[in-house]
Structures are given as C-alpha cells and as structure tokens.
Design a protein around this ligand. Structure first.
Ligand SMILES: NC(=O)C1=CN([C@@H]2O[C@H](COP(=O)(O)OP(=O)(O)OC[C@H]3O[C@@H](n4cnc5c(N)ncnc54)[C@H](OP(=O)(O)O)[C@@H]3O)[C@@H](O)[C@H]2O)C=CC1
Ligand SMILES: C[C@H](CCC(=O)O)[C@H]1CC[C@H]2[C@@H]3C(=O)C[C@@H]4C[C@H](O)CC[C@]4(C)[C@H]3CC[C@]12C
Length: 276
C-alpha cells in the first residue's frame, strides 16, 4: 500500500541548482542519472575510472543544460579517492546537496571460484568506499539537510546463485546504511538515506553478464535512473524498481523463501553458466 500510494509530489525543479555527486557515472544507470540531472539543471560531479568516457558524459550533460559538470577519474578501491572527491565538491561548490552512490567493481555471474582476494577487493569497491564517501560528505550534507542515495539490488536482499561476492557487498550496504539511518533519527540529523532495490536492468554490463542464463526481459535503465533520483529527492526510505517484479519477489521471500529459491533456480538456464 505504501509503495503504490505514497503521494507523488516530485517536481524536476527540486533538483534545479542542486549540487550532486554521482559515482559510477561513465555508463549504465549512473550515466542515465547524470543526463536526467543535467536536464533538471543540477550541478554535477561525476566519478568512474575511465576518463575518456567521463569526458563524453560531461560534454553531453553540459549540452543538456547542467548548471555545471565536472569529473574525477579513479578507482574506488583506492582509499584516498573518496576524500579527494568530497574535497573537490567543497572547493568548487562550498557544499553538497545529494550523494548518489552507484558504482560497482567487476564481478562475474558464475559459481564462487574460491578467490578470497576478489571478495576483499569487491568489498573495498562496492562497500567500504560507499562508507568512506558518505562519511566524508556528511558535514556538508548536514549543513544542506541533503540526501544520501544508495543503489543496491534484489541480490542484496535475496541471495540467488552466481552472485556470492556481489551479494555480500550489497547485503553489507543495507546493514550499514539502515543502521546509520536509525542513528540519524536518534541524533536528529536531517540527512535522508534512500536504499534503491533494483531488479534486472538493461545496462550493457548486466545484459552481457546474465542474458545467456536469465531469460527475463530487463527493465529500462532510463526510467530506472529517473526513479532513483525521484526517490532520493522525496527522501524515501527505499524504492523498488521495477516495482511490481521486485515487490513480488520480496513478498514471496518473506513467507515462502524456499519456494522462491527454487523458482529462481528453475528460471535459470543452468547449462549456460560459464565455469571459470
Ligand atoms: N544493471 C542491473 O541489472 C542492476 C544494477 N544494480 C546496481 O545499479 C548500479 C549500477 O549498475 P550498472 O549501471 O548496471 O553498472 P555498469 O557496469 O553499467 O556501471 C558501473 C559503473 O561503475 C564504474 N566502475 C567500475 N569499476 C569501478 C571502480 N573500481 N571504481 C570506480 N568506479 C568503477 C564504471 O565505470 P568505469 O569502468 O569507467 O570505472 C561504471 O561507470 C550498481 O550499484 C548495481 O549494483 C542493481 C541491480 C541490478
Ligand atoms: C534476475 C535477477 C533477479 C531475479 C533473481 O534473483 O534471479 C537480477 C536481480 C539483480 C541482478 C544483478 C545485479 O544486481 C547487478 C549485477 C551487475 C553486474 O554487472 C552483473 C549482473 C548482476 C549480477 C545482475 C544479474 C541479474 C540479477 C541477479
């Protein structure tokens, strides 16, 4: 009832002139969020590793109407990058309104290989860097009474096969940021935390990773990106996208988890799973 009937009072003007950081903005959902925010005339600071791609996204954002757009390139497994990004926001804008945490390191869609080093590195990129970015952003977000948006996954609530390391990083995000939200309420910190629980979305990397195993049609990244921004601006606790598919899975998981597990396994083309 809550998810389908909450008042829709979002207006694109809510983002006009806002200072927004989007991580993982060189492709996929992050790139689409940058374009929506540019049309809404926000100030943008974008991050990812590939400088050439970020340059193109920044150019397009300026064409679309961004109030300003710049980037910092680097890998989020580097412990110094989160502070560098927030220092750039402070130096150029003197503050921050919204932090959208979206990047992920590469992980395959296959049986766990036993590579503990990969788990450690993925936790650093997908989880620890989110904590470090939010921590460095907090003084500015307190000042602006801003928003933290954490892009997570169904795989961070329901662990299907072939995503063991990735799922672990997303479960960690949910635990950390849900606890932090409670502390903000206790301390009267007026910074919202929105958790985005996404199903299968048609980004190039996701389709490349799973389309030979999962026959479902992925949901559109453009609409997904807009729904994430909307949920953040409305200070929602969480958003589900696509809402019906994800909502049904979460509901089934809560009262018939084994049935859901077997439906998931039954839906996969297991013979196509590539073993590394
Ligand atoms: N697509 C889907 O089906 C689903 C996606 N999600 C979530 O949505 C978010 C976006 O996913 P999606 O758009 O598909 O992903 P993409 O692979 O399209 O984009 C990932 C982004 O992260 C950047 N990135 C990769 N490695 C690093 C790194 N080490 N340090 C910093 N940045 C890095 C990439 O750029 P570069 O390579 O240049 O660094 C890119 O900009 C993720 O949080 C994901 O978990 C959740 C559920 C489903
Ligand atoms: C189809 C899945 C939902 C139903 C199920 O659990 O079987 C998708 C739900 C979340 C997706 C994964 C995800 O969170 C993003 C990853 C991004 C990587 O680039 C590779 C693909 C993902 C593992 C992706 C795969 C489909 C889901 C499991």
């Amino acid at each position: 009832f809550y998810f389908y009937s909450a008042p829709e009072n979002f207006s694109e003007e809510m983002l006009r002139g806002k200072r927004v950081i989007v991580t993982g903005a060189s492709s996929g959902i992050g790139e689409q969020m940058a374009y929506h925010l540019a049309r809404m005339e926000a100030h943008l600071l974008l991050t990812a590793r590939t400088e050439a791609k970020l340059q193109k996204v920044v150019e397009r954002c300026l064409e679309l109407g961004a109030a300003s757009a710049r980037y910092i390139s680097g890998s989020m497994d580097s412990p110094s990058l989160p502070e560098e990004v927030l220092r750039e926001a402070e130096n150029t804008w003197g503050g921050l309104d919204m932090l959208i945490l979206n990047h992920i390191g590469q992980s395959g869609f296959t049986f766990f290989s036993g590579d503990v080093g990969h788990v450690r590195n993925l936790l650093e990129t997908n989880f620890v860097s989110y904590v470090a970015l939010a921590t460095a952003a907090l003084p500015m977000l307190k000042e602006s009474e801003g928003n933290i948006v954490v892009v997570s996954s169904v795989a961070g609530r329901i662990a299907g096969p072939f995503t063991a390391s990735y799922s672990a990083t997303k479960f960690a995000l949910e635990g950390f940021f849900s606890s932090l939200r409670q502390e903000f309420i206790i301390d009267k910190v007026n910074v919202s935390i929105t958790l985005c629980i996404l199903g299968y979305i048609n980004t190039e990397s996701a389709v490349r990773a799973v389309s030979h195993v999962i026959p479902d049609t992925p949901a559109p990244k453009e609409e997904c990106a807009l729904e994430i921004i909307r949920a953040g601006a409305l200070r929602r606790r969480e958003m589900l996208y696509p809402p019906r598919a994800v909502g049904t899975m979460l509901l089934l998981h809560s009262f018939a988890p084994e049935l859901l597990d077997s439906i998931i396994r039954g839906n996969y083309r297991l013979e196509n799973v590539r073993r590394t």
